[in-house]
Design a protein around this ligand. Structure first.
Ligand SMILES: Nc1ncnc2c1ncn2[C@@H]1O[C@H](COP(=O)(O)OP(=O)(O)OP(=O)(O)O)[C@@H](O)[C@H]1O
Ligand SMILES: [Mg+2]
Length: 491
């Protein structure tokens, strides 16, 4: 008997059939992966299983018994835990409190706080979480918050654990730790339901794979029936994709586009200097916590730097706040789209056109906004409705909205922080092509990415950060998986 079974599940939102008659089953001791392009319905399916959303029709069975959840605590009560795609921590409280809070909701009345704290700490240790556990989680990076979310799920004794893109914001080293934990969970007889756009990971981890396409079930395959990543792509999109990966342009880079000199942020960034020339894509690699995002934020004035200068095309620019950076022609596409990138209650059309200069009558007309947004999203290979609030888009489609907006600006310098996080394979290739296109058009491109193959495929040069410093600068020929990891991890 499966630990979890879903039968003939349907769910519609205004104007979208998110799920149509979907079924699958997950057994104890298996890792069952859900696969599908952005907007295919993976998160919606899992949210109905976890009681976040109510299905319109269909059945959910746990250990063969039909269940009906009105809220997540109902699902937790029968032993289901979920790691959400979008961070769901309470940002004002500490990591440890976030872990214990889940417990509190679970066993109302009978909370053994001591025990809860012990288990929470153990789970964090198991993931080798090395940030402070007693500061509000809002002060942690996205990756660190993700580890807290994971720890929360594994510190319960759930028999069914749902992980919706848990590695999207983790580096390879951190992902490895998670895989060890998943291995243990599998051996202990937990049913793990997993979602990832990283196909290698899917091949490495899965016992079975179920694919969705436009809200419909494509089918389920055992790992032994899947030979390669191409087979996964085939299941997911129903067609072959052009080869992924855009190589360096090979063209001589031009003059300096961005120069950063002696930037420091106490405790996180230590006297960093580097330059990116026009026509060049420079990759910024490093482990989580190495200070890459913090460096980018300090450069654009989102965080205060204690020292350091920024030059755009050879001229010093004074940047005190993000508005100054935009005015100086620097675009930063943030990794944390939920908090820094998007106005979630505004429509996709308004979000894409948010930074456009106002038209003659003040704001752009609604119709014009829609037309502009539709046009801007076209190269990103998506069919989203632009007049719906961004909140209602799938995770990957939200990322595409952030991209579309910045691509419309007249910036000369583009800083991408995890640009393909949560993006499906098809669109990932498009985004790589877009980044290369920007460089070819004479822009300076700095790309922060934890996806090492992406860094190696895209970058003309790779900078490696460790503990707030740039510790290596590698040419295209010197940059290999091995060399980058060695510099990133060396003590
Ligand atoms: N609360 C909501 N209101 C309206 N539409 C929604 C809502 N949640 C999801 N949708 C829509 O349902 C469809 C499926 O979205 P879902 O988030 O399940 O996709 P996904 O497969 O998880 O994609 P991704 O890989 O990008 O995370 C999308 O068209 C999405 O816009
Ligand atoms: Mg999703």
């Amino acid at each position: 008997m499966p630990a979890l079974e879903v039968r003939d599940l349907s769910k519609s939102f205004p104007g979208v059939k998110a799920l149509e008659g979907v079924g699958f089953a997950a057994y104890a001791g298996e890792v069952h992966t859900l696969l599908g392009e952005n907007g295919a319905g993976k998160s919606t399916l899992l949210k109905t299983v976890f009681g976040v959303q109510r299905p319109d029709s269909g059945e959910i069975l746990v250990d063969g018994k039909p269940v009906s959840f009105t809220e997540p605590s109902d699902a937790m009560a029968v032993g289901i835990a979920m790691v959400h795609q979008e961070l769901s921590l309470v940002s004002e409280v500490t990591a440890i409190q976030n872990l214990v809070l889940g417990r509190e909701r679970r066993r109302l009345g009978v909370i053994d706080w001591r025990e809860a704290r012990r288990r929470a700490t153990a789970a964090l240790e198991r993931l080798r979480f090395d940030a402070p556990i007693d500061v509000p989680v809002s002060r942690l990076s996205v990756a660190q918050q993700q580890l807290v979310e994971l720890a929360r799920a594994i510190s319960t004794d759930a028999r069914i654990i749902i992980m919706d893109e848990p590695t999207a914001s983790l580096t390879s080293a951190e992902s490895e730790r998670l895989f060890e934990v998943i291995e243990d969970l599998r051996s202990a007889g937990t049913a793990v339901i997993y979602v990832s756009h990283r196909l290698k990971e899917v091949l490495d981890l899965s016992d079975r794979v179920t694919a969705l396409r436009d809200g419909c079930l494509v089918g389920t395959k055992r790992r032994s029936e899947i030979a390669s990543e191409d087979d996964l792509v085939q299941m997911m999109v129903g067609r072959e994709l052009a080869a992924l990966g855009v190589s360096g342009s090979g063209a001589e880079p031009g003059e300096e586009g961005l120069r950063v000199e002696g930037v420091s942020v106490p405790g996180v960034v230590d006297d960093v200097s580097f330059a990116v020339r026009r026509g060049e894509v420079v990759g910024l690699a490093g482990m989580v916590g190495a200070g890459r995002t913090e460096l980018a934020r300090a450069v654009i004035g989102a965080d205060r730097r204690s020292s350091g200068e920024v030059y755009v095309q050879g001229e010093r620019v004074r940047i005190k706040r993000p508005g100054d950076a935009i005015a100086a022609g620097i675009a930063l596409l943030t990794e944390d789209r939920k908090h820094q990138g998007l106005a979630l209650d505004m429509t996709t059309a308004s979000n894409v056109t948010l930074m456009d200069p106002p038209g003659r009558g003040g704001l752009l007309s609604r119709r014009r906004q829609k037309a502009v947004a539709t046009e801007a999203l076209k190269p990103l290979n998506t069919k989203m409705q632009v007049d719906k609030p961004v909140r209602t888009l799938s995770g990957g489609n939200q990322q595409k909205v952030v991209l579309a907006r910045w691509l419309r600006t007249e910036s000369n310098v583009f800083i991408f922080d995890e640009p393909t996080r949560g993006i499906d394979v098809g669109a990932k290739g498009e985004i790589h092509a877009i980044m290369r296109g920007l460089a070819d058009a004479g822009k300076a491109v700095l790309m922060i990415s934890s996806d090492l193959p992406e860094v190696l495929a895209m970058s003309d040069r790779v900078l490696v950060m460790r503990r707030g410093r740039v510790v290596a600068e590698l040419d295209r020929d010197e940059a290999t998986e091995e060399s980058v990891v060695r510099h990133a991890a060396a003590e």
